[in-house]
Design a protein around this ligand. Structure first.
Ligand SMILES: [Zn+2]
Length: 274
């Protein structure tokens, strides 16, 4: 099901003139194969969230073992470390892997190591005595540490890291899917026409919600800038008037540059079938 949906969606994008050079997905094996075999010219990336979820689950299972006590405390930091490694590798898979694997030293309170080409010591500031004392360091070669090393150096995971170098996550898409379920709950069967048009409504709703959020952010940023730099001694009414003018100006620029053509297209489609 996923693979046929994926093929159909990609085909329709390209037939509509969208040049697709990079695709970010979960680790669905059929999609991995499809891209490798039929679209080798496209970059295939994984959403770090899916990889991080896999690491979390594996470690959570291991941490339940009696001989792996202490590992559980490290899991949130390990997952954060995976995100950080992907975000800071600057597109280099080797840097990403060296950063990722370095955690097996850090958890034992060792903050530099030999052998790497790029990443030789932890990026954090030296720890003060109190932090050093408070951390629940793992003993090297303990069962917990050995189990962690096995998970961190897992061959499939290291191979998957090649797909994280651009750190492209699909959070916005997940947001759209939540909105989609509001219009098309899974427990009800809909006909094809309803599916198509309710999807359009969900897309409209999602884009509007994002637009409002974006405007709110612009408004907040503009307000902070205006009030702290230009009108330090003015009252709030003056500041609000100026900020509103700035926001209207920015919105006009957005519309002029046609940032919302997707909405226009969807509205046209709905009007055509009404
Ligand atoms: Zn460290």
């Amino acid at each position: 099901m996923e693979i046929s949906g994926f093929k159909e969606a990609l085909k329709s994008r390209e037939e509509n003139g969208v040049k697709v050079s990079t695709i970010s997905t979960d680790r669905h094996p059929q999609i991995v194969k499809e891209l490798r075999v039929s679209n080798p010219e496209k970059h295939h990336k994984f959403d770090p969230w899916h990889v991080a979820k896999g690491v979390y689950k594996k470690l959570a299972i291991v941490a339940k073992r009696k001989d792996c006590e202490g590992l559980g405390e490290w899991i949130p930091s390990i997952v954060n470390h995976l995100w950080w490694s992907a975000q800071t590798c600057e597109g280099d898979a080797e840097v990403l892997k060296e950063k990722w694997v370095s955690l097996i030293y850090h958890v034992t309170s060792r903050h530099d190591w030999p052998g790497n080409r790029h990443y030789h010591r932890c990026a954090h500031e030296p720890l003060d005595e109190q932090s050093e004392r408070r951390k629940l360091w793992l003993s090297p070669e303990s069962e917990a540490h050995n189990a962690l090393v096995r998970t961190v150096k897992d061959k499939r995971l290291l191979k998957d890291l090649d797909h994280l170098t651009k750190c492209i996550h699909t959070t916005t898409l997940e947001g759209y899917h939540s909105m989609f379920l509001k219009y098309l709950p899974k427990r009800i069967n809909f006909g094809y026409d309803v599916m198509v048009h309710a999807s359009m409504l969900a897309a409209l709703d999602h884009n509007n919600a994002n637009r409002e959020r974006r405007h709110l952010e612009i408004y907040k940023r503009a307000k902070v800038k205006v009030s702290t730099q230009l009108f330090a001694n003015c009252n709030m009414n003056v500041i609000n008037t100026v900020v509103s003018s700035v926001v209207i100006f920015i919105q006009t620029v957005y519309y002029t540059h046609n940032f919302y053509t997707t909405d226009t297209y969807i509205i046209q489609q709905i009007l055509e079938v009404m």
